[in-house]
Design a protein around this ligand. Structure first.
Ligand code: AMP
Length: 495
């Protein structure tokens, strides 16, 4: 089923001109901190991060080597080959001081408790040093795609660059149905670097059409899978300017301060840290209050309002059904204009199967040229849960034909027949040893085979083989070439 879902994604995305990218499973932590945002839950709490080893350094095995080790570390630190962080700075100073004091004690006085104390503190400091780069298992893939876009100069490719990916993502979350610490996403991104003379209001119709086509593609994919209860919600979150989202956020903040006492603890905290996130709240008693808050749709600048109108027109042209949800927001500055989310049935509270949006500033933020971006990520685990729930999760696991062969002479013919059938793309099961006919037919049935090819000595001699339809028990005789054509035809008819 994983295979069918991913295969379908490849097919559908391929018809929209998307090519596959395979980003790595881990990247420098810094990339995610910048792209996803250091203050987000994903980066601050949920990433699986670790410090890699430094390729030129190995911790000393005997005490006497620490002095030389610390000197080496200091050189690498000064040249920037060891991460220059405040923490490293502090630890290195500590390690040096305690080593020096230890050496002084060891050479000038009796070896006393103070010497041990210094040794102990020095070792602790050295062990806490971050010598190698800080890496993280990816919590999402957009950051990596943008990093790769910059690193491989994709701005010089024909624009826009359309890429999709599939693979595992990692977030330290409390596991529950539809929420895992290793989960799978299928996602896509459209990136377009601004050429001379591009940008500004005249791009709005084009950008909105790109957004609509990306959404149309996800919906086509879900349609192909027959995902049930699909609901698309859209919104515009404007852009990061005083006359647009920033102005709105100020008004929202002011309104939230007014109703502060009626809000829960989390929302109260978010008034300062990330007021837009209050709109995400699922708390029952906050819903009525949130309904009275100012809405971003009433505070969009002219360009963003125009883009949103155009997006809706484009979705209508494509016959994509949507609902507007003014509470659909994203907390990061570079997200702009289009945001969308898709839910499906059978998933309980974790019913979002896809989230996406426009992020025009991200590539530039990561050190690339000014580039527009829009993308989405589908939660593949949830997609599969929903398909299974609706009884759409079945995949044909049977065989087209089970080759029941009897007698030594028939084995060579059976092997040759299996090869021909498989070469023709048919799923043929060839038992490794001879079976009695009754047993062979029983086995064929268990494996869900549609036909049994019966090869006894008579058939081998005459060249006329017996094909049994397992559903009704009917039999017919045919030669090899005819058999392959017949089974191919039957396969095509059954899809
Ligand atoms: P996000 O990257 O947070 O926008 O999530 C996009 C989609 O990935 C969501 O709509 C979910 O379907 C899926 N997803 C996110 N986090 C998890 C998780 N921990 N377990 C399973 N699916 C997830």
């Amino acid at each position: 089923m994983w295979n069918r879902v991913e295969q379908t994604a490849r097919e559908v995305f391929g018809t929209f001109g998307f090519g596959e990218i395979r980003p790595p499973i881990f990247e420098p932590t810094e990339l995610f901190a910048r792209a996803v945002g250091g203050e987000t839950d994903i980066v601050s709490k949920e990433m699986y991060s670790f410090t890699d080893r430094h390729e030129k350094l190995e911790l000393p095995k005997v005490m006497g080597d620490y002095g030389g080790f610390i000197e080496k570390v200091e050189k690498l630190y000064d040249s920037g080959e060891i991460p220059r962080t405040n923490n490293n700075d502090l630890l290195l100073t500590r390690a040096k001081t305690h080593w020096k004091q230890y050496v002084e004690h060891a050479t000038t006085g009796p070896f006393v408790a103070e010497g041990f104390e210094n040794l102990f503190r020095m070792v602790i400091a050295v062990n806490a040093l971050q010598l190698g780069p800080e890496l993280s298992l990816r919590p999402e893939a957009t950051a990596s795609v943008c990093r790769a876009y910059i690193e491989h100069n994709m701005h010089a490719w024909p624009q826009p660059v359309k890429l999709y990916y599939t693979g595992p993502m990692f977030r330290r979350e409390r596991p529950q149905k539809g929420r895992y610490r290793q989960f799978y996403q299928i996602g896509a991104e459209v990136l377009e670097t601004l050429q001379q003379g591009q940008g500004g209001a005249k791009d709005i119709p084009k950008d909105a059409a790109v957004d609509a086509e990306v959404i149309e593609m996800v919906m086509a994919f879900f349609g192909r899978l027959e995902l049930q209860g699909v609901q698309l919600e859209i919104n515009s979150i404007g852009h990061n300017a005083p006359d647009c989202r920033r102005g709105y956020v100020e008004k929202l903040k002011a309104a939230l301060v007014e109703v502060k006492d009626k809000l829960g603890e989390d929302s109260r905290r978010r008034i300062e840290t990330n007021p837009l996130r209050v709109l995400d709240s699922k708390l029952e008693h906050e819903q009525a209050i949130i309904a009275t808050l100012p809405r971003i749709g009433d505070h969009l600048c002219d360009d963003c309002a125009k883009h949103y109108r155009e997006l809706k027109r484009q979705l209508n042209l494509r016959e994509v059904k949507y609902e507007e949800n003014w509470r659909l927001v994203r907390g990061l500055d570079y997200y702009m204009r289009t945001t969308f989310e898709i839910t499906a049935q059978g998933l309980g509270s974790q019913n979002a199967v896809c989230g996406g949006g426009r992020y025009d500033g991200l590539v530039e933020l990561l050190g690339g040229p000014p580039t527009k971006g829009i993308g989405f990520a589908i939660g593949e685990d949830r997609l599969m849960l929903s398909l299974q729930e609706a009884g759409k999760g079945g995949v044909a696991q049977g065989r087209d034909v089970y080759i029941a062969w009897m007698g030594e002479k028939a084995q060579a013919t059976a092997i040759a027949a299996a090869r021909k059938l498989r070469d023709a793309g048919l799923r043929a099961e060839l038992p490794p040893v001879e079976q009695k006919l009754g047993k062979a037919l029983g086995q064929a049935d268990k494996l869900g085979a549609r036909y049994a090819l019966i090869l006894g000595e008579d058939e081998v001699v005459s060249g006329q083989w017996t094909l049994k339809t397992l559903a009704d028990g009917s039999q017919k005789k045919m030669g090899e070439a005819e058999l392959v054509e017949f089974l191919k035809g039957a396969r095509a008819l059954s899809g």
